[in-house]
Design a protein. Structure first.
Length: 123
């Protein structure tokens, strides 16, 4: 989707793919609806409850050999696997801004392991 110009900062997207949260790497908020996407397409509307947002400020850089996957595992180790359950995790700060798109997508691909609803980067 990103190759097609979708998933831009501030956009809200719904998609069938369970990895749609990776569009958060571009500053979009994407929801995976699985098979419910067909109902949305048929009715032309969707009802979404706005979840709580938890901001995580990143102030530094990852050390060589450490990536977003390691960071998510550390968050889970420190806070438990359900600390972000039902919420949106938004990464902010200079550390988040300086991450490459690849690093962001890698980190966001791990969303299901921390119990969070969706993750995104602020721009």
């Amino acid at each position: 989707m990103s190759e097609m110009g979708l998933g831009l900062p501030g956009q809200l997207l719904v998609h069938m793919d369970t990895h749609s949260q990776m569009l958060g790497a571009f500053g979009a908020l994407a929801f995976s609806l699985s098979s419910d996407v067909f109902t949305t397409l048929a009715l032309g509307k969707i009802w979404l409850e706005v979840p709580e947002t938890i901001q995580v400020e990143l102030s530094g850089e990852f050390k060589p050999g450490v990536d977003g996957r390691d960071f998510v595992h550390k968050l889970i180790q420190d806070h438990g696997s359900s600390w972000g359950s039902g919420s949106i995790i938004e990464f902010v700060g200079p550390g988040a801004t300086n991450m490459s798109i690849d690093q962001r997508m890698n980190l966001l691909n791990m969303v299901c392991f921390a119990g969070s609803f969706k993750w995104s980067f602020s721009f």
